[in-house]
Design a protein around this ligand. Structure first.
Ligand code: TEU
Ligand code: CA
Length: 562
């Protein structure tokens, strides 16, 4: 495998609106990000991905872009952005932005021109499609509920939107539109951006005829992924995109890819793949309900572990996945993946260990490093996220009680990860001197950066140790390129794997006990009788490792080099 500059890097996702507010308007800003670069450097971060900071009406929190060339004034100015680039560069850190190219905002100039002249050039930047028998062209339901079709006023046409109606889809079949996007992407890369996280990209390819399908719900509609799965030929767009932009700058790209067709992994992230890497959503997908959050499935330990390990195997000979336990669209990983008895600091460190030491590019989401948790709300009005409002209604329509519907939101809402960063136990967790745009998780008094910074046994201190182990001169190679061999899969509750350097024969065992019984891991068999073993890291000083036997009590984890 050809080595690339980003292979051994650690990435961190910032959700700017909720990171740090410096002017008291309750909204995080670029100044806040700049002021925390040292904090991130100290944590061991190399690459920072910023969720969208472009000008936007924020119907979908900035994933609805009104101008790709300007910074939302809520966040600051282009000068401040340039300063962020400079300051990051000084610290040898790389900035990656969100590329939202499946759709823009209905406030974007292109869409406004299209509406003003539905026969004109800009109408073809979107999908303006004639209705059938006075109705929508097809019966597809969008990601946020309702039809994907919205009437174009004063015409017999509809425009397509896979997400909110304020997010019209861009027509990638139009070469002029694609050219405009490429120019914009190159403009940012020219500024010194290291690359992009590529939003919702699988949706850019549509089927040529917009047909209807067998309904999958009482609304007579069918989920829009039905069309996505049938669409052929996305690769041509993605290769052109890469050739015209990323390739010229050796940019780092990470795709948000759902519903990829089987056997397409190599095309997406192989040596000549469309992207550098893509997120591994295999574990996350385990909870998908048939209809929505109200019938989401709980995580079952063994299938979760096996899914992750299988995904590691699938990608090994092809490229690198980007590993996450959470992001701005997901509930907090510690609330989702840790069994009840392990929802404590020890458990959080254990989950960090088994996740960060997998093969791939680790992405830490803001607040993950201090163990931030899901947030309980007592009424739907306390939520902001458009997706949550839709899913709550869906649950109520399906007969859930208010309590049940709120429980679905507690477990699944995107707002769980979007509550402001907890910097201290002071007013508003040190996030703002004003009123936070989204209410804080009240547990900031217990879980916050200030408390954890200088406490050696904190989750944050552990993250630092873990990341510096992964990046240490001695172990960098094996943690970056070593293969992954599942281990002790027959011991209940044990998530363990070997990282193996095929050339030197060096092996490192990573193991955590997610079960509620102590377990003995006997190393001889797998360690090939090599007594020269070293305990590199554990989340508990009492972890017992003697005579090639590692004993792990519930919530204990260890990393052992052989
Ligand atoms: O998400 C795209 C996406 O398909 C899912 O993550 C999912 O549809 C959504 O979270 C509902 O559960 C990306 C962004 O990450 C998300 O924040 C945006 O809302 C969406 O694209 C539209 O730009
Ligand atoms: Ca602000």
């Amino acid at each position: 495998m050809n080595k690339k500059w980003w292979h051994d890097k650690i990435a961190y996702q910032i959700y700017p609106k909720s990171f740090l507010d410096t002017n008291g308007d309750g909204i995080g800003d670029l100044r806040g990000i700049i002021s925390k670069l040292d904090y991130l450097k100290d944590l061991g971060i190399d690459i920072i991905w910023l969720s969208p900071i472009y000008k936007s009406p924020f119907v979908d929190q900035g994933y609805d872009i009104a101008d790709y060339y300007s910074i939302a004034e809520e966040f600051g100015t282009m000068e401040e952005f340039d300063e962020l680039l400079d300051e990051a560069k000084k610290r040898d850190m790389h900035i990656v932005m969100d590329l939202v190219a499946n759709h823009c905002s209905d406030q974007h100039e292109w869409f406004r021109k299209a509406l003003a002249d539905p026969e004109g050039e800009y109408a073809d930047y979107f999908y303006f499609v004639k209705g059938k028998d006075g109705k929508e062209p097809s019966n597809l339901r969008g990601y946020f509920g309702g039809s994907i079709w919205e009437p174009v006023p004063g015409t017999d046409r509809y425009y397509l939107h896979m997400f909110a109606k304020e997010q019209p889809d861009l027509n990638w079949e139009n070469p002029k539109m694609r050219r405009d996007l490429y120019d914009m992407i190159n403009w940012w890369l020219e500024k010194g951006l290291a690359g992009f996280r590529i939003d919702a990209i699988i949706n850019i390819k549509k089927t040529p005829e917009f047909k209807s399908y067998e309904p999958d719900g009482p609304d007579g509609m069918v989920f829009c992924t039905k069309m996505v799965e049938e669409a052929q030929g996305i690769g041509e767009f993605l290769q052109e995109l890469k050739r015209e932009t990323f390739d010229k700058y050796d940019a780092f790209t990470v795709g948000e890819v759902f519903n990829m067709k089987e056997d397409e992994l190599r095309e997406f992230i192989g040596e000549e793949g469309h992207f550098s890497t893509m997120f591994d959503f295999s574990a996350h997908s385990l909870t998908f309900g048939e209809h929505g959050w109200y019938d989401a499935k709980p995580i079952e330990f063994t299938s979760w572990r096996d899914t992750l390990l299988k995904s590691q195997k699938d990608v090994e000979s092809i490229g690198f996945m980007a590993n996450i336990i959470e992001n701005h669209d997901e509930p907090r990983g510690v609330s989702r993946y840790l069994p009840e008895h392990a929802q404590n600091d020890a458990g959080k460190k254990m989950l960090a260990t088994t996740s960060i030491l997998l093969r791939g590019i680790p992405f830490v989401f803001q607040g993950q490093e201090i163990g931030m948790e899901n947030c309980r709300r007592s009424d739907i009005s306390e939520y902001n996220d458009i997706n949550t409002l839709d899913q709550y209604q869906l649950a109520m329509d399906a007969g859930c009680t208010k309590e049940e519907a709120l429980q679905c939101c507690y477990e699944n809402s995107r707002d769980n990860a979007r509550t402001p960063m907890q910097w201290s136990d002071g007013p508003n967790g040190g996030f703002t001197t004003g009123t936070p745009w989204l209410a804080m998780n009240p547990n900031f008094t217990e879980i916050n950066v200030e408390d954890q910074l200088n406490r050696p046994d904190s989750v944050l201190s552990y993250y630092k140790k873990l990341i510096s182990l992964r990046k240490s001169e001695e172990y960098k190679e094996i943690f970056t390129y070593g293969s992954v061999e599942p281990a002790f899969t027959d011991l209940p509750g044990i998530f363990a794997y070997w990282r193996v350097d095929e050339e030197t024969g060096r092996k490192i065992l990573v193991a955590g006990n997610f079960g509620n019984q102590p377990q003995e891991l006997r190393l001889e068999a797998s360690a090939q009788d090599n007594p020269e073993t070293v305990l590199l890291l554990s989340n508990d000083e009492s972890v017992a490792y003697r005579d090639l036997i590692l004993t792990l009590k519930p919530c204990q984890c260890a990393v052992i080099s052989v």
